[in-house]
Design a protein around this ligand. Structure first.
Ligand code: UD1
Length: 425
């Protein structure tokens, strides 16, 4: 397996173009199953997860053409007919977001068979909210041999769904399904992430009638069919936050072009409290340090607009070098501190108690071989490696390939001593 080798201690300077958001692109692509008309999606990042969903959609009957478009890619998807309602275990277990085909298949074709995702490195991650929502829209759901078999032979009908917990994926799945249901659907306690707003904009361009996306109450008036549309994927706020942390930990200064401050409220607020200077430019954000040492701050992860769980590992890496202590509490996913023992191997002082991690700042991290078991944890280790003395080797690079487009190239262009080492065949 490939690894990433970093020689730390070099301040990063220069520009990094922020790619399109993985978490926006995935639901946008799934929306192709709702219509036979072409959907053109530009600013799609080049990531393993995008390739995984491409192959899943293709076996459901989507015809997909991919064209290179500068740094990103442009996908044209059209699904003349649903060829196959089965989303197999082999794909779903690799990428949980595969569950996003459930709503579109059910709404357009009246049937879906989607594998249960199974366990995942950052906790149990059930899909009960997706299923409960589909039932409210009239679907019959059976669980058979590890698969969800959902049927709605007469089509879905609008309903009122109150989510007991906020779920990004369930909100997206239900928004797509309700777009083709008979009558109106109300989603209460909906997720408010910018990616939801991006999906709603694309569905609206396809002819859906959606109001309230970005608030906790979304109303969808079903339509008979959806048509062609073009949509550009929003910039990746988590990638932008990750590079902001890289600028800070390395005592550097990065211009993150394309980053949108209006999507990054709590991340930027936390970074400023920790000692960042953030300047908004016409085209993005410039991130540098306002103080010589970083301040320790306490953070709790929350659904948007709260501090994102997907930024927790990167923030923890930053806090290892703070001037005091930081308490980081994870409320979204259980078992999401697997980077903590790895950071400790690099000299960090971290104590985990249940859902909270106490990080006591140290003066210096030291390079070490490390590995992480999820995407953002891996990025946390890269960020730590950029500041550590000596050499850090991050193993299991395939996690990073899932979510960071051209990571090594982007960091190298800003002066980092980082390379990908190919595993011997
Ligand atoms: C999405 C993001 C992921 C991010 C997460 C939280 C994508 C592709 N992935 O994942 O990067 O970390 O939001 O911001 O957009 N839950 C249930 N039952 C369900 C669904 C969720 O109990 O049916 C729980 C989860 O276990 C978790 C919480 O709800 O504790 C939030 O999960 P959710 O918002 O659904 O995350 P994802 O959509 O999977």
């Amino acid at each position: 397996m490939d690894s990433i080798v970093i020689r730390g201690g070099i301040p990063l300077t220069g520009d990094i173009r922020i790619s399109g958001a993985k978490n926006a692109a995935l639901p946008l692509m799934a929306a192709t199953l709702l219509s036979e008309a072409p959907l053109e999606i530009s600013n799609v990042p080049r990531l393993a997860d995008i390739a995984t969903l491409t192959s899943l959609l293709a076996q459901h009957g989507a015809e997909i053409s991919i064209r290179s478009d500068g740094d990103s890619q442009c996908l044209t998807l059209a699904t003349p007919a649903i060829a196959n309602v089965l989303a197999p275990y082999d794909i779903v277990r690799k990428m949980r977001a595969s569950i996003l085909v459930l709503g579109p298949l059910l709404a357009r074709h009246g049937e879906a068979m989607v594998s249960l995702p199974g366990g995942c490195a950052i906790g149990n991650r059930p899909i009960d909210l997706h299923l409960k929502g589909m039932k409210e829209l009239g679907a019959e759901i059976r669980l058979e041999e590890g698969y969800v078999h959902a049927t709605a032979p007469k089509g879905l009908k609008g309903g009122e769904i109150h989510f007991p917990t906020v779920s990004v994926g369930a909100t997206e799945n239900l928004m797509m399904a309700a777009s083709l249901a008979h009558g109106a659907t109300v989603l209460e306690n909906a997720a408010r992430e910018p990616e939801i707003v991006d999906l709603a904009a694309c569905l609206t361009a396809m002819g859906a009638k959606i109001e309230g996306a970005g608030t906790d109450r979304v109303v969808i008036e079903g339509v008979a069919r959806l048509g062609p549309a073009r949509h550009a994927v929003m910039p990746d706020r988590i990638e932008a936050g990750s590079y902001a942390a890289a600028a800070l930990i390395s005592h550097g200064k990065l211009h993150l072009t394309g980053a949108r401050a209006d999507h990054m409220g709590s991340t930027l607020e936390v970074l400023v409290k920790a000692g960042a200077r953030i300047e908004e430019t016409a085209d993005g954000l410039i991130v540098s340090r306002a103080a010589e040492r970083l301040h320790g701050i306490d953070v709790i992860t929350q659904p948007y607009p709260g501090f994102a769980t997907d930024m927790q590992a990167q923030l923890m890496a930053l806090m290892t070098l703070c001037d005091s202590a930081a308490m980081i509490t994870e409320t979204i996913f259980e078992n999401r501190f697997m980077h903590a023992p790895e950071l400790t191997r690099m000299g960090a002082d971290i104590t985990v108690h249940g859902a909270s991690a106490m990080v006591r700042g140290v003066r210096q991290l030291k390079g070490a071989p490390v590995m992480a078991t999820d995407l953002r944890a891996s990025m946390g280790l890269v960020i730590a490696g950029l500041a550590a003395s000596g050499t850090t080797t991050v193993n299991r690079v395939y996690h990073l390939d899932r979510g960071y487009d051209r990571l090594v190239e982007k960091l190298t262009a800003c002066g980092a001593a980082i390379e990908r080492v190919r595993a011997a065949a």
